[in-house]
Design a protein around this ligand. Structure first.
Ligand SMILES: [Zn+2]
Length: 404
C-alpha cells in the first residue's frame, strides 16, 4: 500500500470515529427539559418576618430560596416545609406549635398571593406540569415534624385541607408519633407509636406522603411495613458514605426501593461528608450544645440567644463544606445499589443545606452538569430531578383514591 493511500485511510478512519462519537449533552438544555423538583426547604420560617419578600432576589448564604432565583436555576417546583422544632410536650408548647404552623401557612399563602403572576400553590402531583407550562414556579407544602398534630387525629385532615402534602413524622427528638434518629434520650416507642399508626392510616387515606427523614431506623421499618402506599425520605443521604444516624443505610434504601419509594439526597454538609471534629467550627458548636443543655431552652429568649451564637460561630469559623461532586457520589451510590428509579434531591436550603459550589437554588444547573459528566442521560436526569418523586406522589394519590 502506498503511503498516500495509508494516510488517506487513516484520515478517513479518524473522521469516521469522530462522527461516531456521541455529541456531548448540552447541560442547560437537559436541565431545561427536565421537570425539576426540590422536596425540602425551610423558607416559610422567613415569611414570618414581614420584611422577607420571596418575589425579590436575595443573597446566599443568608437566603437560599426565592422565586427569581428558582427561575434562574430552572427549578420548577419546591416543597416549602412548615417546620416546628420539637419542644417539651407541654400543653403550652402543643398550642404554640399548632399556632406557629398556621401562622406559617397564612404567611406562605400571603406570599404566594402577592406573587401570583410568577408562582402558584400546587396540590396534586400533576399540578407542577400545568404550572410549569404557564412559566410559573410550583410551590408545594410539607410539614416537617408532626408536633402540631398534637395527638388530635382530626388535625391531619385539617392540615391536608390547608395544602399539606407530606408530613415528616418527627424531627430531631422523639414525639407522640414515633422515635427520632437523633434523640439523645434513646427510643421512647420502639419505633412507631399506636397514635403514630393512626396518623399513618389517616395520611394514607387522605393521600399525604409519608416522609421518613429524621425518624429512627425502627420507626422507618414500622412505617414501611404498615403504609399502604410507597413512602419517601424528603431530605436524607447515604449512611455508607457519611455515617450519620439521619442518613439511610443500605438495607433501608433497598427496602425503600422494593416498596417503590424514593430517597431524596439532602445536600446539607454534615449528611454528605463526616464532619472534621477537629475544626474550630465543630469544636465551638459542640461547646455551644453543652452550654445550652443539648438544645433544651428555658425560654424563647434563650433560644434566640443560642441561634445568634450559632450564626456567630459560622461567621467567625466558616465550615468547610463538601462539593456538588461529593453530593453526586451519594446519587451514584443509590443508583448502583438499587437502580436509577429510587433517588432524587431535597436540598434543605434555609434549614442548613448548601454546598461549597451550590449555595442556592440558582446553582442547581451545576448539579445537572455533574450528572452529565458522570454519564447520566436525559432520561436518567429527568428521573433524578423529579420523575422518581412524582411516581411516588402519584402512587400515594392512587392508593388514597382506592380507600374512598
Ligand atoms: Zn430536616
Amino acid at each position: 500500500m502506498s503511503i498516500t493511500k495509508t494516510l488517506t485511510l487513516l484520515l478517513l478512519g479518524t473522521l469516521y470515529l469522530q462522527a461516531c462519537q456521541l455529541k456531548p449533552l448540552d447541560a442547560a438544555k437537559v436541565h431545561e427539559q427536565a421537570i425539576t423538583i426540590d422536596t425540602h426547604c425551610d423558607t416559610p420560617m422567613r415569611f414570618l418576618r414581614q420584611s422577607f419578600d420571596i418575589g425579590k432576589t436575595h443573597e446566599a448564604p443568608g437566603s437560599r430560596v426565592d422565586l427569581p432565583r428558582m427561575k434562574e436555576g430552572g427549578l420548577d417546583a419546591m416543597f416549602f416545609a412548615i417546620f416546628t422544632s420539637q419542644r417539651q410536650r407541654t400543653d403550652e408548647n402543643y398550642a404554640l406549635a399548632y399556632q406557629m404552623a398556621h401562622q406559617m401557612l397564612d404567611s406562605t399563602e400571603r406570599a404566594l398571593t402577592l406573587n401570583d403572576d410568577i408562582a402558584s400553590l400546587a396540590l396534586r402531583a400533576d399540578d407542577v406540569l400545568a404550572i410549569e407550562k404557564e412559566g410559573k414556579r410550583a410551590i408545594y407544602l410539607g410539614m416537617e415534624n408532626g408536633f402540631p398534630l398534637n395527638k388530635d387525629i382530626k388535625r391531619v385532615e385539617e392540615f391536608y385541607n390547608r395544602g399539606i402534602r407530606y408530613v415528616t413524622l418527627a424531627h430531631t427528638k422523639n414525639n407522640d408519633i414515633c422515635d427520632s434518629s437523633t434523640d439523645k434520650e434513646g427510643p421512647e416507642h420502639n419505633g412507631l407509636s399506636n397514635y403514630g399508626e393512626e396518623v399513618l392510616k389517616e395520611m394514607n387515606r387522605l393521600g399525604i406522603l409519608v416522609d421518613v427523614s429524621h425518624i429512627s431506623d425502627k420507626a422507618f421499618y414500622d412505617v414501611l411495613d404498615k403504609s399502604t402506599a410507597p413512602i419517601f425520605a424528603s431530605h436524607s443521604s447515604v449512611r455508607s458514605l457519611c455515617n450519620h444516624p439521619r442518613n439511610m443505610d443500605d438495607d433501608m434504601i433497598k427496602a425503600l426501593a422494593r416498596k417503590g419509594g424514593v430517597i431524596q439526597i439532602c445536600i446539607l454538609g454534615a449528611y454528605i461528608q463526616e464532619e472534621d471534629t477537629t475544626s474550630l467550627n465543630y469544636v465551638k458548636k459542640e461547646e455551644l450544645r453543652l452550654k445550652y443543655n443539648n438544645w433544651t431552652y428555658a425560654s424563647d429568649e434563650e433560644r434566640k440567644k443560642a441561634w445568634g451564637e450559632w450564626r456567630e460561630i459560622n461567621t467567625k469559623y466558616p465550615p468547610v463544606l463538601p462539593s456538588i461532586a461529593d453530593a453526586v457520589n451519594h446519587i451514584d451510590y443509590v443508583v448502583n445499589l438499587v437502580g436509577i428509579d429510587y433517588v432524587g434531591i431535597g436540598s434543605d436550603f434555609d434549614g442548613g443545606g448548601g454546598l461549597s459550589d451550590c449555595v442556592d437554588v440558582a446553582d442547581f444547573p451545576k448539579i445537572t452538569e455533574e450528572l452529565i459528566k458522570r454519564g447520566y442521560t436525559q432520561k436518567d436526569i429527568n428521573k433524578i430531578w423529579g420523575g422518581n418523586f412524582l411516581r411516588v406522589f402519584k402512587a400515594v394519590e392512587e392508593a388514597a383514591e382506592k380507600t374512598i
